[in-house]
Design a protein around this ligand. Structure first.
Ligand code: NAP
Length: 271
């Protein structure tokens, strides 16, 4: 008999890996995706050994519609109880200097892929009268800073989309949540050119562990919170960002991200 299954995208490292660990400890079988084959295979093997669960690894470039389609074909008819749309990447680049193709990939991975996966899995969840969908957004959904416009835009989409889904799915038994983490110690910022040694707490900037983000997300889910903003520092940053008059906010925000060079070519599709 098929056990409870959780699908987690982008589980090679960071927040996705922390969700995978959590659901593995809870006895779920897993279908996890990533691109760094050696890293994710080793992680999957550890989970199988430690928790006696089934773990399937799907290597997929989620900016490529044909690879997303293959993933959907694998999971569409499975009894998936949990879907975590976590895979995502950012590009540190002024929009006017950016590579449009890469910006399109940011939209594919953060917007179209979650939409497609949710659409494929919802009929089964609704038929069974239960399911959990978690979309990993960001504090950037609320706060724009330079060199981050497309990323902020896609994360704002995830926030608004999830709230809409919550309204559409009332009385179906399917729970949805959008998670808006602040600075989290994962591979994310290093991929954008920020060394791990530079990831230090300063003022309202407070780095969290991915495990803490996931712990708060799942505690909030139990309380049926649709929007999860992990950590008091992130909540405060978002609060001040919202109440500041816009011209003050733009002045404050424009001091961010001025030192690093644009890295629009760094996170291209891996063939
Ligand atoms: N770290 C932060 O400060 C922070 C803050 C707010 C929100 N977030 C969000 O949290 C989510 C997880 O990021 P993380 O911080 O845990 O970073 P991470 O350690 O870099 O993990 C990102 C995961 O997404 C996968 N991924 C990225 N681009 C992909 C693509 N084009 N196709 C397929 N898979 C792709 C990566 O796969 P491979 O590594 O195998 O290529 C990896 O498994 C992202 O959606 C990110 O936007 C992060």
């Amino acid at each position: 008999m098929e056990g409870r299954t959780a699908v987690i995208t982008g589980a090679t490292s960071g927040i996705g890996a922390a969700y995978a660990l959590w659901f593995a400890q809870d006895g779920y079988d897993l279908i996890i995706t990533g691109r760094r084959r050696a890293v994710i295979e080793e992680f999957a093997q550890k989970l199988r050994k430690s928790y006696g669960i089934k773990v399937e690894v799907v290597i997929a470039e989620l900016a490529k519609p044909d690879q997303v389609e293959k993933l959907i074909e694998k999971i569409r008819h499975r009894q998936v109880e949990v879907l975590v749309n976590n895979a995502g990447f950012g590009v540190n680049s002024f929009y006017q200097e950016s590579d449009l193709e890469i910006m399109e990939q940011v939209v594919e991975v953060n917007v179209l892929t979650p939409m497609k996966l949710i659409h494929a899995l919802l009929p089964g969840m609704i038929r069974r009268g239960r399911g959990i969908i978690i979309n990993v957004s960001s504090e950037s959904a609320y706060l724009s800073i330079p060199k981050n416009s497309v990323y902020s835009g896609v994360k704002a989409f995830l926030l608004s989309f999830t709230e809409g889904l919550h309204l559409d799915l009332r009385n179906t038994g399917v729970k949805v949540q959008v998670v808006c983490p602040g600075f989290t110690r994962t591979d994310f910022h290093e991929k954008m050119g920020m060394k791990k040694s530079k990831q230090r707490n300063k003022g309202l900037i407070h780095w969290m562990s991915p495990e803490k983000v996931v712990e708060i997300s799942l505690k909030d889910l139990k309380k049926e919170k649709v929007i999860c903003i992990p950590g008091i520092h992130t909540k405060l940053l978002i609060f001040f960002g919202k109440i500041l008059p816009k011209n003050y906010y733009y002045k404050f925000a424009s001091t961010f991200n001025q030192k690093n060079k644009s890295n629009s070519r760094k996170n291209q599709i891996k063939q």
